[in-house]
Design a protein around this ligand. Structure first.
Ligand code: PMP
Length: 294
């Protein structure tokens, strides 16, 4: 799909305008220096899921990347809800983006204004496959000491984009990235979990994006007394797993069938249980993870 031909409205420059008219100049700072941040929010039955968590993370990302947000949280939430209504998004996605204007063609930002655009579109799940095949990325994920990894910033996606473009014509669907110490980190746009002997494992958050879906799965494990361990794990640990799954707003809970030559069980009672719970949440659409009752 060519997103520049999207129908409906985009909120840009303080108003809801025709999506096709929401344009920026080629000499835009963020296009050259990836100086932008964004969010991705799932919409189910006309309601955004975990909207509060996503807007909080949008503000955290802006703060970490020194971008001003021109509206208070309440107003951004109002705009997101209005977009769902006017674009008639029953099931889809909301994409707020904060970026710098065209007032500098060097990393310097002094004269740049901070701009915000919020789009929404109808969307299904990210992967149209029941299980995925992963390779291992050549480049590692950075950690919090050398990059603000907790920001959902455009800059942090360079390795993801590079690795995804590399596997386009191969049998792999996505890539697993390790951190600088060769611990398991995450995939190009999802967090990763694995199960061994009924224990669920996932990496600590120093070298990953702390996904809203990841936090939701952690909460579901805690609430339902599923044994969960969060730590630093070497590649050997995940290679030895019974089952592997990825989580993300657009991917939801996605089963992995192999990492390179290592194969996994694609049927898992724990994964099925978590998927069922997630389906319930998609109907309830809580605002914050702390509101999960299932
Ligand atoms: N890691 C990366 C690199 C991502 O792009 C995403 C998608 N936002 C995730 C993890 C999952 O985050 P969330 O569950 O908040 O969508």
């Amino acid at each position: 799909m060519d997103f520049s031909k999207l129908n409906g409205k985009i909120f840009f420059q303080n108003k809801f305008i025709d999506s096709r008219k929401a344009k920026v100049h080629v000499l835009n700072h963020s296009l050259h220096f990836a100086s932008s941040i964004f969010e991705g929010i799932g919409v189910y039955n006309n309601k955004p899921l975990f909207l509060g968590e996503h807007i909080d993370r949008l503000f955290l990302s802006a703060d970490l990347m020194r971008l001003k947000v021109n509206y208070p949280k309440k107003k951004i939430i109002e705009i997101c809800n209005k977009l769902v209504r006017i674009n008639k998004i029953d099931n889809g996605y909301i994409r707020p983006l904060i970026f710098r204007s065209s007032h500098s063609m060097s990393p310097e930002t002094k004269n740049c204004k901070s701009l915000i655009a919020i789009a929404s579109w109808k969307w299904g799940k990210l992967f149209n496959k029941s299980s995925l095949s992963l390779n291992i990325s050549k480049y590692p994920k950075l950690n919090e000491n050398i990059y603000p990894t907790q920001a959902k910033s455009s800059g942090s996606y360079q390795i993801s984009v590079l690795e995804r473009s590399k596997i386009e014509k191969t049998k792999f669907d996505d890539c697993l990235m390790l951190d600088l110490n060769k611990n398991v980190a995450e995939t190009s746009a999802c967090n990763i979990f694995w199960i061994k002997n009924n224990i669920v494992y996932t990496p600590k958050k120093h070298s990953i994006l702390n996904g809203v879906t990841r936090r939701c799965i952690i909460e579901l494990c805690l609430k339902n007394k599923i044994n969960l361990k969060i730590n630093d794990y070497k590649l050997k640990h995940i290679m030895n797993a019974d089952s592997v799954f990825m989580t993300g707003t657009a991917a939801e809970i996605q089963v992995v069938k192999n990492i390179e030559k290592t194969k996994y069980e694609t049927k898992s009672q724990i994964i099925d249980f978590l998927k069922n719970k997630y389906e319930i949440l998609k109907k309830q659409c809580p605002y914050y993870i702390k509101e999960i009752r299932t």
